[in-house]
Design a protein around this ligand. Structure first.
Ligand code: ZN
Length: 246
């Protein structure tokens, strides 16, 4: 079983009626709903805020949770600053040790993503209900399994545009085009020491993006791709004895 932890800021869904209508039980529940149907996946959800919008201690992340997570999914937007630096560092280190990590949409500005990238992770944005056309660059990558057309479309998404302040991805899987004319690197992968990282751009809170079948397929594939194949590898720098006699 792949142990997946879905971490969600859970703020817009509590505070804004328009968002609550789209995701009545939170974005984490919408993600858990389709991922939990896969027999290879076991889902845990953790939120930064409770159902009243109150901050949860250590944003719900403990050492035990990280030790028992194979792949973490992160959605955050307006409360990145409340994530303690120490917790963000623990998430980063878990990735370096082998935990898979998927950052969705506005998680581009989350502390763990910025730590793992080492860059600003800035981008241009606009909320104008533009259509997005997501072009597949690498059909043969495991994350793209089942997306057989040249592209698929989302009727409305938040526009994200280049330049995107990230290090060059190990592989660019998708490019998003918006009918305002912009383009954006929408699906990117990186290896960070022992861990695999996927950034996926769709998922603005006011649109039903996480109910889209193609989006769900890609996130599910990404979980399987990012899952570690060996136990966690501790981060140390040991002195070692010679293996052979002189
Ligand atoms: Zn957004």
């Amino acid at each position: 079983m792949i142990r997946v932890t879905i971490w969600n800021e859970y703020f817009h869904e509590v505070k804004e009626e328009t968002v609550k209508k789209v995701y009545p039980n939170g974005i984490h529940s919408a993600l858990a709903e389709f991922l939990g149907k896969d027999e290879e996946i076991e889902v845990t959800t953790v939120t930064q805020h409770d159902e009243n919008g109150e901050l949860i201690e250590n944003v719900g992340i403990t050492d035990e949770l990280l030790a028992n997570t194979d792949v973490m999914i992160w959605w955050g937007h307006v409360r990145h600053g409340e994530v303690p630096d120490e917790i963000a560092m623990k998430v980063k280190n878990a990735v370096l040790e082998g935990m898979g990590m998927i950052f969705l949409h506005s998680a581009h500005h989350s502390k763990p993503f910025k730590l793992l990238m080492g860059t600003s992770c800035n981008l241009g944005w606009r909320e104008s209900n533009d259509k997005e056309r997501l072009w597949v660059i690498d059909h043969n990558h495991p994350i793209m399994r089942g997306i057989n057309d040249r592209f698929f479309e989302l009727p409305a998404e938040e526009t994200y545009t280049e330049p995107f302040g990230i290090p060059d991805p190990d592989k660019l899987l998708m490019i998003g085009w918006y009918n305002g004319g912009e383009v954006f690197r929408s699906g990117c992968i990186w290896h960070r020491e022992n861990g695999k990282v996927f950034y996926f751009q769709p998922g603005h809170e006011t649109f039903p993006t996480f109910y889209n079948e193609n989006v769900q397929t890609i996130i599910k594939n990404a979980v399987k791709w990012a899952a570690p194949v060996c136990p966690r590898i501790p981060l140390n720098c040991p002195w070692v004895a010679r293996l052979e006699e002189k």
